[in-house]
Ligand binder design. Sequence first.
Ligand code: F6R
Length: 244
Amino acid sequence: MIKIYEAKDYQEMSRKAANILSAQIILKPDCVLGLATGSTPIGTYDQLVEWYEKGDLDFSKVKSVNLDEYKGLEKTNDQSYYYFMHKHLFDRVNIDPANTNVPDGMETDTEKECQRYEELIDSLGGVDIQLLGIGRNGHIGFNEPDSAFAQKTHCVNLAESTIDANKRFFASADEVPRQAYSMGIGTIMRAKKILLLASGEDKADAVAKAFFGPVTPEVPASILQFHSDVVVIGDTLALSKMPR
Ligand code: F6R
């Protein structure tokens, strides 16, 4: 079941999302958080850090698994998702770095890394709540529009539209890696709860298609219509093309 909540702007979306993640951490201190990168969750992470600093949140037993990582970027590269997570969350709260997990972008043996990541998620008992952003083309994680849904963690060739959207973080489009490791749609669907955030007008088409259109691998996020517990928090602009 999908519940959609409207926030008036990015800040309100971020606070609502942080409230849901905090409730999860308070109710189950050793929970497994599925985490995302990109512009969308930065405000949520900032809010969690603020509440941690106030003494309201304790990450000491929390475990995390990230959705994805560029292939071929070192952890020290400031565009790697490993770097992003440390900068925006892990280094700012009392999470044990040993309990945080991001796919290893420097592992060249694709099959080995994908299998390791799937087994790792299983060994943690699965994801309690998976935070997601959504791409302008409806991607979740790096699951791009395709003719079939990917079941498991896999190596993805990034779509031109994704390279184009992400080039703002690199010196030029040529420097954006062409491949990434990503949880599969099946991996994401196994999370007990999903929290998808969307902000801004450029996400409005993707949100409308994903939640009000047919379920199709051409719009990867549309599969979430089949998940039993999905919360979508969108700001007014991101929800502006939803049928009312
Ligand atoms: C990030 C991820 C991506 C982003 C999506 C939206 O880990 O998996 O699916 O959530 O590309 O990116 P932003 O938030 O930058 O618009």
